[in-house]
Design a protein around this ligand. Structure first.
Ligand code: NAD
Length: 505
């Protein structure tokens, strides 16, 4: 039963100000560690979203016309403010997401990498120039901002993902609208205050809170030029298809079902430590979390499962205020029930339960949305627990006989976000990195999330569209390239009309 504590009514952030919602519709924001409703988030109407888009559109030309250097200085100032307010940010993130303080610190640090890259935007939007490409003509290409662009973000990284989706978009001269996750809107509202303090002109940074009504307006409104989406695969697919229908540039990143392949020669103690953190960290609510350990050889499987059982049984699940906590709750009661149902179905389909989080006291008795860790062995393709992304702490072990079998299995899956292999065999690693059809690949690295100056995205059902999150590709995605050919002729150089197609040689 949800207990109501002092519930704050949140706002949108439009034209440099907090703006109250007018729809009369609200979503509950929980503290997942206590199960309490801590805030009400307004869910914007189509008309409220239209108004936000119009203010962004009006603000855009002056921001576009500011020098790239001045824009970069404002982004630098924003970066300094994020650093100064780190403790406060971490507190908000932990309160509304339930993740541990150390995990939130890591998230903020990785988010800052995207801001760092955006400070270097002047370098990334440099064009090309060629002299005398033909008949005294010089040619150059130049990158221009798109106008109003939108980012739609998921709950599981309240700051890292929005910063990755928006920092470069702002820096290269766009007016940005963030539709934050309605489950974690407080972080985005706090970030809005920091943009304002950094000197960003009103209207260039907007937060519209809401659900699919707001999203649909962003997808359909002709003033919105591009959409960056991060979330689950079914919604990513919908965003991509609908955005394309309305002529938008769209990158839509979806879910993951990431594997860790363990070769017989790997150091299994090292593997077990890597797996535990990558699989259960943040209560497994990461798109790059390891879902499945694929053990090559029966002997490898037997040995690794025995080590994992010991380590998993020792994990501490609890509130973020306890520094001993390894991971916190899942985001909602509904999510907790979905994970429990997925474990039950896995067992019914023949998986062997090695560690059973369903029976733990914290799972059964807490008001928070806690779930102790579960490990399922003898999981097989075709089982729902193998095929579907489960966003909570139940993880799988699959047994195969060879590296070829592991590669074929992974390449047959619809989701292809991240993957990693643990081995001391360079040739096995080379075969794996060459043949695997997954966007982000690790070798002896638990979670192969690229650093902020490399592009981030999966393949297949983990990404729709061609853009990336993080990385230099953001500068391309949020700009359009004009190619200009110019010639300055004196009257004496006028050679009259030519009717042949110009060939320039
Ligand atoms: P979600 O898809 O439920 O929601 C994401 C966003 O879409 C939210 O802002 C939400 O309000 C909006 N939304 C939800 N349903 C919608 C609908 N029917 N129409 C329009 N908009 C809708 O995802 P989530 O539960 O917030 O986040 C978890 C998911 O995100 C997981 O699948 C995870 O793997 C994925 N994720 C992927 C990456 C990546 O980089 N590939 C990163 C983080 C999270």
């Amino acid at each position: 039963m949800t207990k109501l504590v002092s519930v704050k009514e949140l706002t949108h952030f439009i034209n440099g100000k907090a703006v109250a919602g007018t729809s009369g519709r609200f979503g509950d924001v929980y503290n997942p560690s206590t199960g309490e409703v801590i805030a009400k988030v307004p869910l914007a109407t189509k008309e409220e979203t239209q108004h936000a888009i119009a203010t962004a559109q009006a603000a855009f030309p002056a921001w576009r016309d500011l020098s790239v250097a001045r824009r970069a200085q404002i982004v630098l100032q924003f970066r300094n403010l994020l650093e100064e307010n780190k403790e406060k940010l971490i507190d908000i993130i932990c309160t509304e997401s339930g993740k541990t303080v150390e995990d939130a610190k890591g998230e903020v640090t990785r988010g800052l990498e995207s801001v760092d890259l955006a400070i270097g935007a002047p370098h990334l939007v440099k064009g090309e120039y060629s002299v005398n490409v033909g008949g005294g003509i010089n040619a150059y290409s130049a990158k221009y901002p798109l106008g109003v662009v939108a980012a739609i973000s998921p709950f599981n990284f309240p700051i890292m993902v929005p910063l990755a989706q928006t920092s470069m978009a702002v820096a290269v001269g766009n007016a940005v609208i963030l539709k934050a996750s309605e489950k974690v809107p407080m972080t985005a509202l706090f970030v809005s205050e920091l943009w304002k303090q950094a000197g960003l002109p009103d209207g260039i940074w907007t937060v519209v809170n809401g659900d699919k009504d707001a999203v649909n307006e962003l997808l359909e409104n002709p003033a919105v030029q591009a959409i960056s989406f991060v979330g689950s695969t079914p919604v990513a697919k919908y965003i991509y298809e609908t955005g394309a229908k309305y002529g938008k540039r769209v990158t839509a990143l979806g879910g993951g079902k990431n594997n860790m392949v363990v070769m017989p020669d790997a150091d299994l103690e090292q593997v077990a430590s890597a797996f535990i953190g990558a699989a259960y960290g943040a209560a497994s609510q990461r798109c790059m979390a390891i879902s499945t350990l694929i053990a090559v050889g029966e002997d490898t499987a037997e040995r690794i499962v025995a080590i994992l059982k010991q380590k998993i049984d020792a994990l501490k699940v609890g509130v973020y205020t306890n520094p001993e906590t390894d991971f916190g709750p899942v985001i909602s009661q509904q999510s907790k029930e979905q994970v429990l149902a997925a474990i039950n179905r896995g067992e019914q389909e023949g998986a062997v339960v090695v560690c059973d989080g369903r029976e733990a006291e914290i799972t059964k008795k807490s008001n928070g949305f806690f779930l102790a860790p579960t490990l399922l062995d003898h999981v097989k393709p075709g089982m729902e627990i193998y095929e579907q992304e489960v966003f909570g702490p139940v993880r799988n072990v699959v047994r195969v006989n060879s590296l070829e079998e592991a590669i074929t299995l992974i390449n047959s899956h619809e989701l292809a976000n991240g993957v990693t292999i643990f081995t001391n065999d360079g040739l096995a690693s080379r075969k794996f990195t060459t043949e695997i059809d997954v966007g982000m690949v690790g070798v002896n690295v638990p979670i192969p999330i690229p650093v902020g100056y490399y592009n981030f995205a999966g393949f297949k059902g983990s990404r729709f569209g061609e853009g990336h999150m993080f990385g230099p590709d953001q500068a391309r995605f949020f700009t359009k390239t004009k190619t200009i050919s110019e010639r300055w002729l004196s009257p004496a150089e006028n050679t009259g009309s030519t009717f042949a197609f110009p060939s320039n040689n």
